[in-house]
Design a binder for this molecule. Sequence first.
Ligand code: NAP
Length: 266
Amino acid sequence: MIGHPVSHSLSPAVHNAAFRALGLDWVFVALDVPPGAGAGTVSVTGLVGLAGLSVTMPHKEAAATAVHRLSSTAVALAAVNTVVRRGEELVGENTDGAGFLDALRADEGFDPAGRRCLVVGAGGAARAVIRALGGAGAAEVVVVNRSRERAEVAAALAGPGGRVGVAAEAGEADLVVNATPLGMGGDRSLPVDPVHLGPGQLVVDLVYLPAITPLIDAARARGAAGVNGLGMLVHQAAHAFRLWTGEDPPLEVMSAAALGELARRT
Ligand code: NAP
């Protein structure tokens, strides 16, 4: 894995637990690569004998310029979170959106098809989520963001159902997603006024530290269901694991490793 910083990442614990569970003689290590050095590091993946890379901030865009081929999702997002070595070639993929959808469907029993969704944020994670929701047939994907220009770019990724909106529209949504860092590590700010949340809604906070963010807390207090971003993290890792190893990812092991590592830090 390359990123900056990386010391907080749960990914080494998640992947190494999965390798052990399947008896694979593989290892996942996190390398702190300074900004500006991402593309150069990706380009030597094959030379140093790695099977692939996980790529996190701030290198996702640079990684997309350093591989030989991109998946259609990585092209649309212009960002790569997973590099896979296929012979001499490096292939760039982005598993964030697929991981988000898997977490929704498998862990929460929520199918976005025909549903109204509101996403706060228009950064890398938001764009992956917005495109995935549009692709999964959401009736509407309303994008709320501090800077309007980025919101417009992000909303277009959802296709015809995507549009820019305001946080007060959360009351009309079946699914509300926080894809900003608000609520992370002691921050008490809320991306949406809880007055707009209530029974029948699912609120997903992509933040997972703390495990119960202020938004999740407020959503539950208003009768909505609230979950954090750990499910997305595990499922996007599972997609990467399958791409690298060709094996079925041991989801329960990966999930337990993520929870264990999170508990160790709190
Ligand atoms: P990013 O590309 O930097 O985007 C951040 C977004 O948050 C932007 O839309 C930004 O608005 C908005 N924002 C930042 N500070 C804000 C503030 N004070 N008030 C209002 N809006 C603010 O970051 P990212 O990679 O998308 O990550 C976003 C969050 O998702 C992070 O908390 C990250 O940890 C989490 N995440 C979780 C997973 C997972 O697997 N669970 C995966 C990826 C990311 P502007 O556009 O106006 O700057």
